[in-house]
Design a protein around this ligand. Sequence first.
Ligand SMILES: Cc1ncc(COP(=O)(O)O)c(C=O)c1O
Length: 381
Amino acid sequence: MITLNPTDRIFLSAPHMGGAELSLIQDVFATNWVSPAGPMLTQFEEDLSKLTGLTHVAALSSGTAALHLALRLSGVASGDEVWGSTMTFMGGVAPILYVDANPVFIDIEGDQFLIDLDLLEGELIRAEKNNQLPKVVITTDLYGHVVDGSRVRRLADRYGFVWISDAAEAVGAYRDGRHAGKGADFVILSFNGNKIITTSGGGALASDNGRQIERAKFLATQAREPAAHYEHETYGYNYRLSGVCAAIGVGQLKVIEDRVAARRNIHETYRRLLSHVPGLSFSSEPSGMRANRWLTTVQIDPSQTGFSREEARLALEVENIESRPFWKPMHMQPVFEEARVVGGCVAEKAFERGLCLPSGSAMTQQQVEQVVAVLDRLGRK
Ligand SMILES: Cc1ncc(COP(=O)(O)O)c(C=O)c1O
């Protein structure tokens, strides 16, 4: 018997089960649909479609797999340009390399850390003149903020690129009454263990284009043509989600609104209890946006606080509290040293100053106060 010790560490974003998951897993066992097929998988896809308003969904083994399929389905070929926000997680860009395309990184704006749409538009105008328009633009709804989808859609239609919305961190987030990603050609979702809801590990590709999602399911199951001997006209992947993981997802979706409410409440508590510390700033939420506040982010201006982002992180660590710097911008990563970047200073500054605070929806008020106490103490030194 493996002994799993509970810990009193305060994690950045721990899984938070809703209560129905175990009996849904038992249903899957009772009917023997544990494999990546069957009614629970279909149920999960239907529930995701209801939540997002995207009419077709393929449940997959990860968000990274979803992005890989989206790029393949966009027809990206070797040497094509794929543009995206420089501030993101590696899983949101690595598939650009899987399809042998060239990434171009665009800077962010500084309020919600989303791709800078003015900068993007300027670069598209320039690229059109030089006949070098990108095949795909990936927007990333970072930390649960949501990009202005109406504007991105207009740009996609005007400049003829495929819009992939990486909403891995934005499940349950809305802008102008529409779920993150609605209006995009493809939407990536993640249910990795640290996300607002989890299937232990998993993801999904969603779209309003049913034909493309059918094709995604085909590619995700090794591209088997309908022949008993497994005929292959192309190659695929083993990317489908298992029935067991789908059962966890069905359970988690029952509580998604509670999870968003809890994270938003934690965010408001940090904001209120730290408002007296000069030099700390929280991301904004423009009217019409309902961020899911997956992670509460704080920017630390050392000239005002007297302490740096790294000093804050280490002080929290001493108290057994996990926090994390912002994602290191992709144009600063050694693996992308040859990639083109448009701007980049805003992301660099956000990386230098930005810290993600523990935000798990199961956190107690007392735990939030423990985090606040560390930052408060640093501010008084
Ligand atoms: C912005 C972003 N894109 C893509 C991914 C990849 O998702 P997954 O971990 O499910 O592969 C993640 C997170 O994990 C993410 O945060």
